[in-house]
Design a binder for this molecule. Structure first.
Ligand SMILES: *Cc1c(COP(=O)(O)O)cnc(C)c1O
Length: 411
């Protein structure tokens, strides 16, 4: 048997041993969906994450949801009243939240004129990533008769250490190198566009409180230096995020308390120039990742050269990240369980696979399963709430689509 990540805290079983989500056993949700596989998102868990952010992080911080982590419509509707804004990465994401009245920003390299116009028309702040993009945003504003709201995304000269994905300290297509920022902000003023401040994103999926805090401190230092150079305090500073969740064996959940205390102290040390600045943290995965479970039925059970294979109706076309092919260096096992027998310790190793014609389609590699796990039972893969379905090549092999749904106790 190979190691796998820990099941996120708080999931339990009913008296028959089946995994319970939002007060119902998984069978209830599978039946309600009327198909398999499904992605189930437990809204109570999302609300609990927001609540712990509010409790442990400084009061003056705004919390934005990074929509790309999970853009499922009902989830966006659920989270909208709980957060202070949406961070968007495409025109498609602007459309997905167009009915939700919250502050919004658009980041990402290579915004087309259509993207810029969509942002302007929807009142979205544009996080510009180059001089030419800023020029085009100003021109688009003139064409539409709308004054553009622009923040400058900075390519930070430091990185979020130990992050799953580093996005700083190196040459990059994201943001602008620090020395170019002040001159660009001056040009934004000259063009009579509205300057909204700075956006700094140093990395993703960090489980180190000290690394996150260090990146935040460095961010504030950089912001102070650039503000001195510009001579006007920024209305808003997006400090990035990068809060991770544990996926693999040996990983532990992030403790927000020391981050909150450290950031509170660092904000307290800022000069009075920043009294009116709104500081923002943008999070995707940490808010929704552990709330999601991917449920897929066993279609076949076979043994090859002494090893057991559980062939499911799911696969990497829905849940690429669990197969280890979403930018991971090493393939490791996500937390995975037989859903109807959640309470049972798996005492036998099984390979959980999909039905694509590639050996990459491996959702669980020699994971612990009951020795008699059988056709018709359901495999639950945890940590499926972020970068699941929309981060997977769904069309590959034209297998049936997965259904997404919210799990709510009232439902
Ligand atoms: C992807 C991304 C996020 C969200 O990252 P998570 O790891 O899901 O929290 C936030 N901001 C930017 C700029 C991003 O590219």
């Amino acid at each position: 048997m190979k190691a796998m990540g820990s099941i996120p805290a708080g999931y339990g079983a009913d008296e028959r041993g089946a995994l319970v989500v939002a007060e119902h056993p998984v069978g209830y949700w599978m039946e309600k969906a009327g198909s398999s596989p499904i992605f189930l998102y437990d809204t109570e868990r999302v609300a609990a994450q927001v609540e712990s952010f509010r409790r442990l992080m400084p009061d003056r911080l705004a919390l934005h949801y990074a929509v790309k982590a999970n853009p499922f419509g009902p989830l966006l509707d659920f989270i909208a009243p709980l957060v202070d804004g949406f961070d968007l990465a495409s025109r498609g994401e602007i459309a997905r939240v167009s009915h939700l009245d919250l502050p919004k920003s658009l980041a990402g390299p290579g915004k087309s004129d259509k993207d810029l116009e969509a942002a302007l028309s929807a009142g979205v702040t544009i996080h510009v990533e180059s001089e030419s993009e800023a020029e085009r945003a100003c021109l688009a504003g003139r064409r539409l008769g709308i004054q553009p709201k622009m923040a400058v995304r900075i390519n930070p000269p430091f990185m979020l250490k130990g992050a799953g994905m580093k996005m700083g300290g190196l040459a990059s297509q994201f943001g602008m190198d620090a020395p170019l920022v002040a001159p660009l902000v001056k040009r934004i003023f000259e063009h009579e566009c509205e300057w909204r401040g700075f956006h700094i994103y140093a990395g993703s999926q960090s489980l180190s409180e000290s690394a996150i805090l260090e990146a935040q401190r460095e961010t504030l230092k950089l912001v102070a230096e650039l503000t001195a150079e510009i001579g006007t305090p920024p209305p808003e500073v997006n400090l990035g995020g990068g809060f991770g969740i544990p996926y693999y064996s040996g990983e532990k959940p992030l403790d927000l308390a020391p981050i909150g205390e450290g950031l509170d102290a660092a904000l307290g040390e800022l000069s009075g120039d920043f009294a009116d600045t709104q500081f923002v943290i943008e999070l995707g995965r940490w808010l929704v990742g552990e709330a999601g479970i991917y449920l897929t039925r066993i279609l076949d059970r076979k043994v090859s050269q002494g090893e057991t294979y559980l062939v499911t109706d799911g696969g990497l076309q829905h849940m690429l990240a669990a197969s280890g092919n979403f930018g991971q260096f090493l393939r490791r096992n996500y937390p995975i369980k037989l859903a109807e027998r959640f309470a049972e310790e798996g005492d036998s190793a099984a390979h959980v696979v999909g039905r694509l014609c590639t050996p990459l389609d491996l959702l669980g590699d020699a994971v612990p399963m009951p020795a008699d796990a059988k056709v018709g039972e359901t495999i639950a893969i945890f940590c499926a709430g972020a970068y699941g379905l929309t981060a997977s090549p769904q069309e590959f092999l034209s297998q049936p689509a997965a259904v997404e749904m919210l799990a709510q106790s009232s439902g």
